[in-house]
Structure formats: C-alpha cells, structure tokens
Design a protein around this ligand. Structure first.
Ligand code: UDX
Length: 442
C-alpha cells in the first residue's frame, strides 16, 4: 500500500520507517526543511534505539522517501497517517491546530479516495471535527474515510513496540476502511481491536491515565513505606505477583515525566471538566506526581539544613533511559529547585546534554562523564536510571565526592550492595543507609 505519514517526530518517524520495513511504499512529510534534509541523509534528529539502521536500509532500497511537498506526499496515497504534534496549551488543554492545519492541506491536495488515519493523541471528538472539515473542503468526487488509530509506542523501545505491541486500536464507523486497516496491520500478528471513533480516542487517554495512576499509587505507597519502615521493592514485587495487578509501572521513583503522561493526564482532566465531570482521582495522580518531583530536594534540605553553595552532582537529565528527550523530565524540576536553594550543579547524562543545554542554558555545568560530575560534590542526585549509572562501580562515590551522599530517585542499587560501602544512601521507599556520619557544617 502507498502510505504517507504527516509529521516526522517520534511517533511519525517510527511509524514511517516501520511501515517501510514491513514492505509498504512510504512517504514521510514534514514542514521543517532541515529535518527532512537530515533524514534524507539517513540521520534521525533524536535518539531512538534501532531506528537509524532501519531508516538507512529503507532509504537505500527505495521503500521510504521524505518530502516537504504536500502534493508529492498526499496526492497518490492510499492511507495518510497524521502524526503531527498536539502540544499542551497553558491551561492544560490540547493544541490541535497542527492537526487541523494538516487536514486542510490534505483536503486541498488529495486526488483519489483515501483513508486518513489519526495517530496523534487527540481529545475525544477531534476526529468528528476532522470528518466535518473534509466534508466541507475536499473535492466532491473524492471519498475520505477518517480513522482513529492511536499510538502506544514508548520512547526508547518504539521500534520493538511497533512490531511487538500488545494491541492495535482502530476506530472507524466504516467497514471498508476497517477492512483496509486490518489488511495493513494483519502481517504484524498483533491483536486488532475495532471500535467506534470516540472510543478509540478515549482508549489512548484512559490507558495513559491508568499507567500514570499506577505510578502515582506506588509512589504514594513508597512514601508510606518510608514512614512505617517497609521496603517498596518487596511490596511492589509482592503486589505484581497478583496477575490482576501486574508488574508493569510499579517502579517507585521521583515520578513520571516525558511528552505523554504529564500532558495526557492534564488533558483528560480538562476533557472531563468540559462535560462537567470533575476527575478527582486523576487530579490527585497529577498532584502526587508533582510532589514526588520535589521529594529528593526536600530530603537533601532536611539533611543539610541549607543547600547554599553546596556542590550537587545531578545524574541523569533525560526523562527516562534510552532517550535524549528531556520534555517534562524530573531533572528539570530538581535543577530549578536546587538553583533556587543556591546549589552549584554539574549534570551528567550520556546523550541528553545538548537538549538540556538548549532549555537550561549556562546556569549549570554539563558533562558526559559521571566521574567528572561527582568530583568534589557534596551530594549526588540520581534522576534517571541509565545503565551507566546502575553499573557504576560503587566505590566511585566515595573516591570522587567530597562527601559520599547519594539521593537515588530511581532505586538504582540494591541496599545489600550499598551496605558494603562508606556511603550515605537515601532512596525511594527503602530504609536509608548511613555508613558515613554527615556533619551539617561540612
Ligand atoms: C508512554 C506510554 O507508555 C506509551 O504507551 C505512550 O504511547 C506514550 O507515553 P513514554 O512516555 O515513552 O510512553 O515512557 P514510559 O516508559 O511509559 O515512561 C513514562 C514515565 O513514567 C517515565 O518518566 C518513567 O520514568 C516513569 N515510570 C514508568 C515510572 O516512574 N515508574 C514505572 O514503573 C514506569
């Protein structure tokens, strides 16, 4: 099938490259000329494991091409995927203007019957508006079927998720469009669920909101564990053994970040509010998450009294490992709060330093060398569970830091291992190890 993907961001590019890999003829359109030029040379503008080799391969074998030209992209397509950004507005609502801009362009450019399929996360009802726009703007003789096909890819494992996802959701009221979408996805051998359009749109929000709820729930349990002397890791393991609960998204930490959970939870609260249904549970999930972001700085303040002039090593800038994405990363809140307290920060990340520098600027120092970050530090804060941090030899802390005090927001190390080192180790929902007596005047 001839497929066009509008938008070469995380979702659009993975979709385009993976459909090309699955044997379809794919054109990927983006309005940013520099991005398209980079992609045509076989380079991806962000870090996503496994994506670049597939991009190069499918460029070379002619399955995939890039363009900024809507005529080239849309006129002959059988299926057009819209995967443009839906950023958050100031009030938490979703900005769907890029979606509608793409829809107007498609309506003005198509020359044959086509399925237009929304991959971007959009508020319930958006695809109905898209249908109306096509009714008003498309040429009369051309038939456009609108389908909602929400995306469940995770950054850092997006290629694997594309080929081995748990389900594909196809929302449409048209049996012919449903059958074409089924043919497209059948070779992936992933269960396909057909729904009406609004339910498909809601499945995406409800799924992300539920996953975020699991995280805030386990984080609240971890805060209680802290107070009653239980160990969150054992609690979480024991809970996950119950198949009704499941093991995923029960990793306690300093909260969720990224381009989806924070945005989608707020959008669902807004959506519910718009139909006069206060979503109190989800509001609490968001509140708990915000509180969790500040947890380690509060603990550091408690320990030191004042953080003014203290040298902090911040380990991990990306919102999670295996990505250079820092959108809504917890590291950003920690940096802001530490700077407000007067700390001096050196931040380590293996790949997210350039993106962080664009946002934070020169108010902190950056390094891609963990030891450099730890050198002379009064304390360290772990914000991302990178392998480089998890596999760091534990004597490094005492060897490089002024005082080996580590606040671990991702429970990277086992307490048993830590107990053997001269270290003060504060983690999430687990007993503190205090093998070094800290002097506040230090
Ligand atoms: C998420 C959804 O998982 C995906 O289905 C959707 O398409 C996009 O949003 P992503 O944001 O890439 O994917 O990352 P994910 O792995 O879900 O992690 C999100 C955040 O939750 C990260 O900050 C991560 O550190 C945090 N998290 C995740 C936890 O704190 N604990 C957990 O147990 C799991």
């Amino acid at each position: 099938m001839k497929i066009t993907v509008a938008g070469a961001g995380n979702v659009g590019l993975v979709t385009a490259v993976c459909f090309a890999e699955a044997g379809h003829q794919v054109t990927c359109l983006d309005t940013q000329k520099e991005k398209i030029e980079m992609l045509e040379k076989g380079h991806i503008p962000f870090f996503e494991p496994g994506l670049e080799p597939l991009l190069e391969k499918n460029l070379l074998n002619g399955q995939l091409c890039f363009t900024t030209n809507p005529n080239q992209a849309y006129s002959e397509a059988d299926i057009i995927f819209i995967a443009v950004g839906t950023p958050e507005k100031k009030d938490g609502a979703v900005d769907v203007s890029y979606i509608y801009a793409a829809v107007y362009t498609i309506a003005n450019t198509i020359q044959k019957d086509v399925i237009v399929c929304t991959k971007s996360t959009v508020p319930v009802g958006t695809n109905d508006t898209i249908k109306q726009i096509f009714q008003q703007r498309k040429p009369r003789h051309i038939k456009v079927d609108v389908v909602s096909n929400p995306e469940f890819l995770r950054e850092g494992s997006a290629v694997m998720d594309f080929f081995l996802g748990d389900r594909i959701v196809i929302g449409t009221d048209n049996p012919k469009a449903a059958s074409i979408m089924e043919q497209l996805y059948l070779p992936l051998k992933i269960p396909i669920l057909f729904t009406d359009i609004r339910s498909a749109e809601m499945i995406k929000y409800a799924s992300n909101a539920f996953l975020a709820t699991k995280i805030s729930f386990i984080n609240e349990i971890s805060n209680i564990c802290d107070k009653v002397g239980a160990n969150i890791e054992e609690v979480s393991y024991g809970m996950g053994m119950d198949k009704r609960i499941g093991t995923s998204n029960l990793q306690a930490g300093i909260g969720y970040g990224g381009s989806c959970f924070p945005k989608d939870t707020k959008a669902l609260v807004q959506l519910a509010g718009n139909v006069h249904h206060p979503f109190e549970l989800l509001e609490s999930v968001i509140k708990v998450n915000q509180h969790q972001h500040s947890l380690l700085v509060s603990k550091a303040k408690e320990m030191f009294g004042s953080l003014k002039g203290k040298k902090a090593a911040l380990l991990g800038l990306a919102f999670k490992p295996e990505t250079d994405d820092i959108r809504e990363a917890v590291s950003l809140t920690i940096i802001k709060e530490l700077l407000e307290e007067g700390s001096i920060i050196t931040a380590y990340d293996p790949i997210a330093v350039p993106n962080a520098h664009k946002v934070i600027g020169n108010s902190i120092e950056y390094t891609t060398n963990i030891r450099q970050a730890l050198k002379g530090a009064d304390f360290a804060v772990i914000a991302t569970e990178w392998d480089q941090i998890k596999h760091l030899s534990l004597d490094t802390y005492a060897a490089y830091m002024k005082e080996p005090i580590v606040f671990d927001g991702r429970n990277c190390y086992s307490l048993k291992d830590m107990e053997r080192y001269p270290i003060t180790y504060v983690s999430i929902g687990r007993p503190t190890i205090a093998n070094v007596k800290h002097s506040p005047q230090h």
